[in-house]
Design a protein around this ligand. Structure first.
Ligand code: FEO
Length: 394
């Protein structure tokens, strides 16, 4: 694909990875992804912002055949899906300097073996004039690593945000906004990549507040020409209260836990609480992560296996623990045959979460009347807590 014009002197470059289905060998990519780079030409200087994942280097280097000169390559983020092709670019443009944040310098040297003398470190707020185009570098740590920064192009009111505001979406369109992207691929991306750093993102959003932004050009997915929608969505995901929603990841081997999950689901619905259930045997963990963005309560359903939770339930707990959702309550439901430490093990895996643990419900074998009553009591507790806290329905 040829470079695509965004404004005079600013072009999208990069690669659309239509067929990739897994990121970091963990994160499902149902809609593929893209690695976006951008070329900014001023009167005097030309800058390339980021590159592409090395497996797509050929596509990118072919695009660059049309670019005669590059004075600077800006690396917003040292992760290889954006930085991995920098060595090949520097080889092709030996006079280009690599511009990055203080923290990125060491990372780029370590990860890509870039010689120190090729690197120009910029501080937070530093500017670079290209002649009629002025770039301001803004440190935005933890979106998605500690070294990350974004670049604001003053004359075009354009923010190059790298991972921040990105989405894993392969599309033929340069601009795709609207509800589907924001609450689909962009929310999935936030849930999987950004949510663990929500506290820091809060500061980064505040830092960007004074800028007049007409366009956001991230390094994954489409460009936003109406950025208010994604900015508002981020404010809601980061600052907003959790919702009147239970996220219920579960696994059942012989049906007892499933019976409990079914009863509990109905009990919650009868009490006006929303539920999103995820059968861990077949789950898309991106869908589970998206639900965790909103969940007021997380309830894990699991049978007892070899004295502890089913490994898939432990995986769900570990995932929730690293994603650090803003849920306020957690509980466990499930069955056992001869005892074990399922609840203690799961609670131990959720130590990052600042939550109240609601009375778990464990039954021996298949649930009987008292088990169903205990599930009703747990549903009562969830509904009461959500009402007290004013959690709104989705
Ligand atoms: Fe898209 Fe954190 O790299």
């Amino acid at each position: 694909m040829k470079p695509r014009k965004i404004t005079d002197g600013v072009h999208w470059m990069g690669a659309v990875d239509w067929d990739r289905r897994l990121f970091d060998q963990l994160i499902p990519l149902p809609d593929g992804t893209s690695y976006n780079a951008y070329l900014v030409k001023g009167r005097d200087k030309t800058v390339l912002l980021d590159t592409v994942d090395p497996p797509m280097a050929d596509v990118f280097l072919h695009q660059l055949e049309q670019v005669e000169r590059i004075d600077y390559v800006v690396s917003h983020h040292a992760e290889q899906d954006h930085s991995g092709t920098i060595p090949a670019v520097l080889e092709r443009y030996p006079d280009a300097e690599l511009v990055c944040s203080e923290k990125a310098k060491g990372m780029l040297e370590d990860l890509l073996h870039i010689p120190e003398n090729k690197i120009k470190v910029v501080k937070d707020g530093d500017t670079l004039s290209l002649g009629g185009k002025t770039l301001t570098f803004i440190y935005t740590p933890w979106v998605h690593w500690p070294e990350t920064m974004v670049t604001y192009l003053e004359e075009d009111k354009l923010l190059f945000s790298c991972d921040f505001f990105g989405s894993h979406l392969a599309t033929s369109e340069l601009y795709v906004g609207g509800e589907w992207v924001v609450n689909g691929p962009a929310k999935r991306y936030y849930a999987e990549i950004m949510m663990p750093f929500a506290n820091v993102i809060q500061r980064n959003l505040e830092k960007l507040e004074p800028l007049e932004i007409e366009t956001i050009a991230p390094s994954h997915g489409p460009v936003y020409d109406k950025p208010s929608q994604i900015l508002e969505a981020y404010r809601e995901w980061v600052f907003g209260d959790p919702k009147n929603l239970v996220t219920l990841p579960f696994v059942s081997m012989h049906g007892s836990t499933l019976e409990m999950v079914n009863h509990f689901t109905a009990a919650l619905i009868e009490r006006g609480v929303g539920v999103r259930r995820f059968d861990l045997a077949v789950v898309d963990i991106g869908e589970l992560a998206m639900s965790l963005v909103d969940a007021g309560t997380i309830v894990i359903g699991s049978p007892t296996v070899l004295g502890g939770p089913h490994p898939l339930a432990a995986y769900a707990a570990l995932l929730a623990n690293v994603l650090r959702p803003k849920a306020a309550y957690v509980s466990v439901i499930g069955s056992f045959s001869w005892g074990g430490k399922m609840v203690e093990t799961l609670a131990g895996l959720l130590k990052n979460l600042k939550v109240e643990i609601l009375e778990p419900v464990l039954v021996k074998g298949r649930p009987r009347e008292d088990g169903f009553k205990a599930l009703d009591k747990l549903a009562d507790a969830v509904a009461a807590r959500h009402t007290e806290r004013g959690f709104e329905s989705l």
